[in-house]
Design a protein around this ligand. Sequence first.
Ligand SMILES: Cc1cc2nc3c(=O)[nH]c(=O)nc-3n(C[C@H](O)[C@H](O)[C@H](O)COP(=O)(O)O)c2cc1C
Length: 210
Amino acid sequence: MASDTAARLTIPLGEAIFTQRAIRRFRPDPIPEEDLRAVLQAAIRAPSGGNAQPWHFLVLRDRDLIAKFAPLYHEAWWAKRRDTGIHGPQDIPKEDRSLLAAMRLADEIGQAPVIVLLCAMARGAGAMGSVIPAAQNLLLAARGLGIGGTITTLHAQVDERAHALLAIPEHVQIVYCLPLGYPRGRFGPAQRKPLAEVSSLDRWGQPFAR
Ligand SMILES: Cc1cc2nc3c(=O)[nH]c(=O)nc-3n(C[C@H](O)[C@H](O)[C@H](O)COP(=O)(O)O)c2cc1C
């Protein structure tokens, strides 16, 4: 039940927000069904335009299916890179740790205990914008239960095959692909631009914060 979920998410909100970051390496441990349910219960508390809730959460847990999906994810990731002029690992700057970690996820996503495909019940920007807040709710709730994950996207090149593999209706758009699992390795704090650089007060460019 939804109220049970709320009672289980006892991590301080500040701690959840300030420690939640992209987790891309997972231990093989399965995620208990009730935790998975809690994460989804939190996701569906998110706001959406007109409260339309045009989302659908396709949870992949079947190892064979994940093994079939993984090469599509890998292909999609490299298709996205090629769109930006990156044709192989040699084109990725060594200091771009985020991109290197994302590249590794493209190789290893088949090891994720769970993959959630966050879908919109219609194609186009409207429905897509309405499902995005659910992704952050989902990740924050996961963080509260010690589960890591990250937002990722696919690519048009694999869209049809992903739909066919998972019996997703044609009118449904796969918005995000969220691998989930218990984090493996150590993760430092998230790096973010200072607030002063990304905010203004009353008029654009007038400092809001130092
Ligand atoms: C819209 C969106 C698309 C993303 N796509 C990918 C992706 O395809 N692959 C990936 O590994 N991470 C992806 N990410 C994760 C970001 O790289 C990550 O959130 C960002 O680098 C901040 O990471 P941090 O919270 O660990 O600092 C995406 C995030 C967003 C919001």
